[in-house]
Design a protein around this ligand. Structure first.
Ligand SMILES: CC(C)(COP(=O)(O)OP(=O)(O)OC[C@H]1O[C@@H](n2cnc3c(N)ncnc32)[C@H](O)[C@@H]1OP(=O)(O)O)[C@@H](O)C(=O)NCCC(=O)NCCS
Length: 161
């Protein structure tokens, strides 16, 4: 997928072993207020059915997304996907690159037959809420969850089909 704008060409590609430290460092910086995200991302990268996507512009990594897939145990055994992290380098925000990366993550989840994408974001993270709302996500009321440092999280969902 390529950004349809005057920005230098950006692509999304699957994460590789040599992207691991990049993702850990960017998550550590981005989510420093919420807990030890270096350790958390390190664990998530080893979890089963977790996939990573790298956003690369002009050959330079500019962000990543992590998606976890799970299959229900009910009769229909539908697959759902959770966007467990998405982060861009601060100096490339608001250029449509987050939208490009999110849309590539959704495409990957669809190819794995996921029916919906879920995610959590901090109650105080108004930018992320505006971003996900603009991408068609809707708030799911009711279930309180918390970050390791105690901030409350909101759950958003979007049907993928
Ligand atoms: C959230 C994030 C991925 C968005 O990426 P981005 O490339 O800046 O977003 P886009 O440029 O694709 O923005 C798409 C839309 O989201 C909304 N949006 C994005 N940034 C916004 C901001 N700072 N203020 C208000 N709305 C914003 C707008 O509707 C925007 O469309 P517009 O520019 O046409 O008005 C990026 O801000 C980021 O990495 N933040 C830090 C990590 C984080 O909070 N991750 C989410 C929680 S896990």
């Amino acid at each position: 997928m390529v950004v349809p704008s005057s920005a230098p060409a950006a692509i999304c590609r699957p994460g590789r072993d040599d992207d691991r430290q990049y993702m850990i460092e960017l998550a550590g910086k981005t989510f420093v207020d919420f807990g030890d995200y270096r350790a958390i991302i390190d664990q998530w990268l080893d979890a089963p059915r977790v996939g990573s996507l790298l956003l690369v512009q002009d050959g330079v990594r500019q962000g990543f997304a992590l998606v976890a897939l799970s299959r229900g145990i009910g009769f229909w055994r539908s697959v759902s996907a959770e966007l467990v992290a998405i982060a861009l380098e601060p100096d490339v925000h608001r250029r449509g690159l987050g939208t490009l990366l999110l849309s590539a993550a959704e495409d990957g989840a669809r190819r794995c037959e996921a029916q919906e994408m879920r995610l959590h974001t901090a109650n105080e993270n108004r930018i992320a809420q505006a971003f996900f709302t603009s991408a068609g996500y809707r708030l799911r009321e009711g279930r309180a969850t918390y970050y390791p440092n105690g901030q409350s999280a909101l759950e958003f969902r979007r049907a993928l089909r």
